[in-house]
Ligand binder design. Structure first.
Ligand SMILES: *Cc1c(COP(=O)(O)O)cnc(C)c1O
Length: 505
């Protein structure tokens, strides 16, 4: 709880609980009339708890234009996605074993589809179009006679790109194919009408719409989807689709969050779009900064940007105290830099150096402006220190020797240069595209090498210097790039490849 207060711009990862929701949940936990198990409808306290659950179910249903009987409570959108894909596909295994989804989906969908692949289903993995979302025409082309399910997200959680679910829904309905929509990012932000949009299965998450974590729902259209196979056994709750005691207070909080979202969705959307445009206008003119999926749709709460010439981990580290999401490989489902951003034309290095700002009810214009100032300062500093945007320019007199190694695509790129006077190195200048550990090591080397004989370039061991700084051994590969740069610098000297004649000894 120390350090500067963060500016919270990660609402796509989780939204703060609305105070009225927290109050309703706290009251529910201590309300003597809600102590019973809502399945225990044999007695009055059980019926009271069940009534509270059903009232909440009606609120969830109302947000998406469904009937309460079509809403199954789950632990969140991850479980809803699993239940939708695995449950619907397995229930229909006799009818066909082909499903369609995309590589831009949340990993809950991607990994559920991979499970089906291992069980013998064929999966068509669509690619998002230039706008960042899957085009209806791509779905039309991918449909096969034995396709049973199409699963696509409504709003992409990385870029905010909006999928045309109504057109795809109509297409699937006309072909008798079930259509699942992951609406975790869309609910409370875009209008959802499961009938008008011909959606058969729809995933919701409580904590993405100012409700509690650990609760969500799956809408299952009664007429078209009918049944799905449960993932768990052990109780008859939720029509047997989701066994386990229904958490009354979670459900009450989720239901209230849905009601509030219904009341203020339009106002939230208007505010978020204005905040997004305010931040976009501040960042758009900056050289090297690209906005992702610009103009792709109307989800106002996400702005994704990629930065050229800057390494992702260092960018992310420099952004403290902004609470934003990074595009770096470790944050992506595949362990690769974002596939979605790659398809939008970003290089692997740019996809790594991507930042997702996401806004919510608590975001202010002051917060947006402060975030823009902080982000631009970090980007300018890192770009100024990057070999991608300029050569090293060491101070001092005398001939200039230089060495470079690595590349941006490989994740580490180092250029070093120094002046040589009377056989000794002037203060070396390092330009680094690399992680914070590589940068810290180069800064230490710059201090250590100044004033040393040129031959010290050969004897310097960046791994030992890094170890002294507490850098993990796992970074050894990156540090060898630093060593190569130093050796290439020395080779410049030894081969007489310096920029001006050396002084006579
Ligand atoms: C957050 C999110 C999920 C997962 O929701 P949980 O309730 O946290 O399990 C699934 N899909 C999308 C698009 C999301 O943004």
């Amino acid at each position: 709880m120390s350090g500067p207060a963060a500016i919270y711009l990660d609402h796509a990862a989780s939204t703060p609980v609305e105070p009225a929701v927290a109050a309703a949940m706290a009251a529910a936990l201590t309300d003597p009339s809600l102590v019973a198990n809502p399945s225990a409808v044999g007695h009055a306290p059980g019926r009271a708890a069940a009534a509270a659950v059903e009232a909440a179910r009606a609120e969830v249903a109302a947000l998406i234009g469904a009937t309460p009987a079509e809403v199954v409570f789950t632990s969140g959108a991850t479980e809803s996605d699993n239940l939708a894909l695995l449950g619907a596909a397995r229930f229909r295994r006799a009818r066909g074993r082909h499903i369609i989804t995309s590589l831009a989906e949340h990993r809950a969908v991607i990994e559920a589809a991979r499970v089906l692949e291992r069980e013998g289903w064929r999966v068509t993995w669509l690619r998002p179009g230039p706008s960042g979302s899957v085009e209806p025409s791509a779905v039309a082309e991918a449909l096969q006679p034995d396709t049973t399910l199409v699963s696509l997200m409504s709003v992409n959680n990385e870029t905010g790109a909006v999928t045309d679910v109504a057109t795809i829904g109509a297409l699937c309905r006309s072909r008798g194919v079930l259509f699942h929509v992951d609406a975790a990012q869309a609910a409370a932000r875009l209008p959802i009408d499961v009938r008008a949009q011909a959606i058969d299965l729809l995933s919701l998450s409580g904590h993405k719409l100012y409700g509690p974590k650990g609760i969500g729902a799956l809408f299952i259209d009664r007429q078209h989807a009918g049944r799905v196979e449960p993932l768990m056994v052990g109780g008859g709750q939720e029509r047997g689709l989701r066994p386990g005691t229904v958490p009354t207070h979670q459900v009450i909080g989720f239901g209230l969050a849905c009601r509030l979202a219904r009341g203020r969705g339009a106002e939230d959307r208007r505010r978020e779009l204005a905040l997004r445009e305010r931040l976009a206008a501040a960042l758009r003119p900056e050289p090297g900064v690209s906005l992702n999926a610009e103009g792709a749709g109307t989800a106002g709460h996400i702005l994704s940007v990629s930065v050229a010439g800057v390494e992702g981990e260092s960018l992310f580290a420099a952004l403290e105290p902004l609470a934003v999401a990074s595009g770096s490989a470790c944050a992506s489902p595949t362990g690769e830099p974002s596939y979605v951003l790659r398809l939008l034309g970003r290089t692997a290095a740019e996809a790594q150096a991507s930042v997702r700002f996401s806004f919510g009810r608590g975001t202010t214009e002051v917060g947006i402006d402060a975030a823009a100032v902080h982000f631009l300062a970090a980007v300018r500093r890192l770009r100024a220190e990057s070999p991608a945007t300029g050569d090293p320019a060491p101070a001092g007199e005398g001939p200039l020797i230089r060495g470079t190694a690595g590349s941006a695509e490989a994740g580490t790129w180092v250029a070093v240069a120094a002046r040589v006077e009377a056989g000794r190195l002037g203060p070396p200048d390092f330009r680094v595209f690399g992680c914070p550990d590589v940068r810290a090591t180069c800064a230490a080397l710059a201090r250590q090498l100044a004033g040393q004989p040129v031959a010290a370039l050969a004897g310097t061991n960046p791994l030992a210097v890094a170890a002294g700084l507490g850098v993990a051994r796992a970074k050894a590969g990156r540090l060898l790039v630093v060593q190569d740069a130093l050796r290439n610098c020395l080779a410049d000297w030894e081969n007489g490849r310096f920029l001006s004649a050396p002084a006579e000894p």
